[in-house]
Design a protein around this ligand. Structure first.
Ligand code: CMC
Length: 429
């Protein structure tokens, strides 16, 4: 008997089956042959939340959650955050290799040239109420882009895909800034082609129209690092959404709008916003012990703590904590930082958090930096979405080119009633 197989005995029938193991995985479909009777559907696996189900083979991002390791295409996240730039990381994530200088220069020129958005996207944003959540505007604008690039449906055409990468990476900062300026009642600031990706985003957010904006180099660098840290995180909720929607051969703009909708949730990309709300509610360090007691009693969560994959310190949280010092040297310290540091200290010494391996995740400190840089809380998830756009797109393209992939269509365990007879209205109890 070969070693790389699993032998299963079905005690209902006494029959034994041998299923192949490849990459430490068995194929769920191989269980279908395990039946009690010939007309039986066959055995399935039940896995709500996909705790132990691989939905794809990927070569993009590696995470070892127990050891706190995150690598993009094999390169450790700390090296990329320190030595690379976000636009370079975009090429790395998509293509699998660090680009040569000419390739990076061309990509940078393409992104810069396409940063402006069509008048219809500006009009769409204008139609929202001033108190509309920026994620609502972001999701709507991303979906609207699909109507402006109808050829994007041709997902097997490389040139069409190239354009989708270029347009989306170029335009997401612009639609994010449009939403912010609309909510503030401020006129839109056109992209400045002389600025870097991060510098231009800060320009579109915070410049006075007509006045040349010079981003502070420390803030520009911090913004770029934050985009890099958020660029990909393998099969998380929003990326899986991108793949599920993309598996129906939906165009990448609409698929990305769906992914952004998943990111909006407070358990996912909405957590950075929730962290700031939580820190504001705690108010002072003295209130931390009482807050922790309430969390342990099940009255809410310690937002920015815990992760489905990391059972150790999220490597991104440490990098952000260090970047925070450089930002605060410019902006002055955010008072929320002291509360966060004390909260982390107390939680990491507490049996409840230690036992469950709950550590700070990427969202615990990112919001504190964003706030110090002048971003309102409601923009935090949008900032996450700008960085994650390249990850969503790279994962989507991997799906499109993967011959193993089919339209996503999970099974269910049906527990409801069957074969009822219709009861007319006047006879219902
Ligand atoms: N505060 C208090 N208890 C927690 C927390 C938390 N933040 N996170 C998990 N737990 C407890 C949970 O109640 C459970 O306890 P018990 O075993 O007694 O029932 C145990 O830890 C295991 O948690 P889980 O809910 O089974 O873990 P999960 O993998 O399903 O959820 C999570 C992961 C990130 C949704 C969760 O940790 C959480 O809700 N954290 C707060 C929200 C947050 O910070 N989200 C950002 C995630 S990182 C950015 C991103 O990738 O989107």
């Amino acid at each position: 008997m070969p070693n790389d197989t699993l032998t299963i005995t079905d005690n209902r029938t006494g029959k034994t089956y041998e299923v192949p193991i490849a990459d430490d995985t068995i194929r769920a479909i191989d269980l279908r042959q395990i039946k009690v009777a010939a007309d039986d559907f066959g055995l399935m696996t039940y896995d709500p939340g996909f705790l132990n189900t691989a939905s794809c083979k990927s070569r993009i991002t590696f995470i070892d959650g127990d050891k706190g390791i995150l690598e993009y295409r094999g390169y450790p996240i700390a090296q990329l955050a320190e030595q690379s730039s976000f636009l370079e990381v975009c090429l790395l994530l998509r293509k699998g290799e660090l680009p040569k200088a000419a390739e990076l220069a061309q990509w940078t020129a393409e992104v810069t040239a396409n940063a402006g958005v069509q008048a219809s996207i500006e009009k769409l944003t204008d139609g929202f109420q001033s108190d509309a959540h920026p994620m609502g505007m972001f999701i709507a604008s991303a979906a609207a882009l699909a109507t402006l690039y109808p050829e994007s449906k041709k997902i097997s055409d490389l040139e069409v895909r190239n354009n989708a990468f270029r347009q989306l990476v170029a335009k997401v900062p612009t639609i994010a800034a449009l939403g912010y300026r609309h909510a503030k009642g401020l006129p839109f600031v056109q992209p400045d082609p002389e600025l870097s990706y991060a510098g231009n985003f800060l320009n579109m957010m915070f410049a006075t129209p007509g006045v040349k904006y010079k981003p502070n180099p420390a803030l520009e660098r911090a913004m770029d690092i934050l985009f890099t840290l958020h660029a990909d995180h393998e099969q998380n909720c929003s990326t899986s959404t991108m793949r599920v929607v993309g598996s129906a051969q939906t165009d990448p703009y609409t698929s990305l709008a769906a992914a952004a909708a998943a990111l909006y949730g407070p358990l996912h990309g909405g957590a950075n916003e929730a962290v700031l709300t939580m820190l504001a509610k705690i108010g002072t360090k003295d209130n931390i012990p009482e807050f922790i007691t309430r969390v342990k009693a099940g009255e809410g969560k310690l937002m920015g703590f815990g992760h489905r994959v990391y059972k150790n310190y999220d490597p991104r949280a440490g990098i952000i904590k260090r970047a925070a010092d450089e930002v605060f040297a410019v902006t002055g310290k955010n008072p929320a930082l002291d509360i966060a540091i004390e909260l982390e200290r107390i939680a990491l010494e507490d049996e409840y958090f230690v036992k469950r391996k709950l550590y700070p995740n990427v969202d615990f400190y990112s919001g504190i930096i964003y706030e110090a840089m002048g971003f309102p809380t409601a923009m935090f998830t949008v900032l996450f979405a700008i960085g994650r756009t390249i990850g969503w797109m790279s994962q989507w393209e991997e799906l499109v080119l993967d011959a193993d992939q089919k339209i996503a269509r999970p099974r269910q365990i049906f527990l409801g009633p069957r074969r009822l007879d219709y009861v007319p209205m006047d006879q219902r109890a």
